[in-house]
Write a protein that binds this ligand. Structure first.
Ligand SMILES: *Cc1c(COP(=O)(O)O)cnc(C)c1O
Length: 390
């Protein structure tokens, strides 16, 4: 039977990060000694008090539909988080809880973009952004950056990419896949340009709390009322609370956009899982003392991994300032990133994600959300692999 697949679906490339992660997991399950650097999620467990709140909600029978935009208690907790962490005041009506931060991004793009619209996405980018833009019928406009500018777009590049059809500028700091963090001054200038040109910013701040070396995060919405009026913040509980499987993300937006997103959500997924939302309340309102412990651990791994990568002839790596990724440059080693990663997995049983997945073929993404022992073992194997090339 010849099944018809919609143009919308046929135009997509499936998520390469998820594919590599599942291949590595399958090899592991088959008894192979695989070191996985592919993970896009923390290796720590969700803190106990969050699980307890969810378990209690289940035991109490909190198992029915909630408002599609999320329970009032969680929207209030999110509003409080923005006040506390970012000095931003949002009404709960400006906040919508979604089924993961990925879903938040998708809703934002669906609510604001259509055929003929352009969305500016700096590369290396989180691989789902361009695909989501295509799903909405709009056109991704990619700005290339490199390790020479710590993977940051310059004001000149942004200006040059804006056209009358530009609808959204996607800003993701700290960045997945590079770990790059814009300074507040750099963020402000990019925000100024968007305000001047009437372009909305989708600011994906999910790694806000994962910072190193004294880097600071400042939301582009926090510079002025005009900046706030041009910004939709995307955030979620996956990374800083290690709740990837819970599927809880959220947006804070100007009210008409929040309303549009709620309308889309009410006809597609409806509410995020009821009892998971109770866990979300506990995550935001409860103690945050897990975070410094995780950060100290990430920082140790990052320092080791960055030094080790730079010690391998042919590899150079700028140190990341946030998230839990390094993005080493392999361009002089004579293989494109897909072949490099395929051979690395085959020969040395090390899983890394090829940079091409993020629009940057000269690089690999190495996640250090795995133990230091794994990192040492995996990078020793990478070194052996590189020395065996040519
Ligand atoms: C992980 C991640 C998200 C959200 O992930 P969810 O699991 O859907 O909550 C959003 N943006 C970036 C850049 C991410 O890395």
């Amino acid at each position: 039977m010849n099944y018809h697949i919609s143009k919308r679906a046929a135009s997509l490339s499936p998520s390469l990060t998820l594919a590599i992660d599942s291949k590595a997991k399958a090899m592991k399950a088959a008894g192979e000694d695989v070191v996985g650097f592919g993970a896009g999620e923390p290796d720590f467990d969700t803190p106990q008090h969050i699980k307890d709140a969810c378990a209690k909600a289940l035991a109490d029978g909190f198992t029915k539909y909630t408002p599609s935009s999320g329970i009032p208690e969680l929207r209030q907790a999110i509003a409080d988080k923005f006040q506390r962490d970012n000095g931003l005041s949002f009404k709960p009506s400006q906040i919508i809880v979604n089924c993961g931060g990925k879903h938040s991004c998708y809703n934002v793009i669906l609510a604001t973009c259509e055929e003929g619209d352009e969305v500016i996405i700096p590369a290396p980018y989180w691989l789902s952004y361009p695909e989501m833009v295509k799903l909405a019928g709009a056109t991704p406009v990619v700005i290339n950056t490199s390790d020479k500018t710590e993977f940051k777009v310059t004001p000149e590049q942004l200006r040059a990419a804006i056209t009358p059809r530009t609808r959204l500028f996607v800003l993701n700091s700290p960045s997945n896949p590079t770990g790059s963090v814009y300074t507040p001054e750099e963020i402000k200038v990019l925000g100024d340009i968007c305000v001047e040109k009437g372009v909305l910013i989708m600011s994906d701040e999910i790694y806000e709390h994962l910072l190193y070396d004294g880097a600071v995060h400042k939301s582009v919405a926090s510079f002025s009322q005009a900046h706030k009026d041009h910004t939709i913040i995307v955030h979620g509980l996956a990374k800083a609370w290690s709740m990837t499987g819970w599927r809880l993300g959220f947006i804070a937006a100007p009210e008409p956009i929040a309303k549009a997103i709620d309308a889309i959500q009410s006809h597609s997924t409806s509410n995020p899982t009821s009892f998971a939302q109770k866990g979300g309340v506990a995550a935001l309102n409860g103690p945050q003392d897990h975070l410094p412990i995780w950060l100290a651990e990430y920082a140790k791994r990052r320092t080791y991994a960055c030094q080790k990568l730079n010690s391998i002839p042919g590899i150079t790596c700028v140190n990341s300032k946030g998230a839990f990724y390094l993005f080493p440059n392999i361009s002089v080693l004579g293989l494109n990133s897909s072949d490099f990663c395929a051979k690395l997995l085959e020969q040395e049983k090390v899983a890394a994600v090829p940079g091409i997945a993020f629009g940057a073929d000269d690089y690999l993404r190495i996640s250090y959300a795995t133990s230091l022992a794994n990192i040492e073992k995996g990078l020793d194997r990478l070194e052996k692999f590189v020395k065996g090339l040519k």
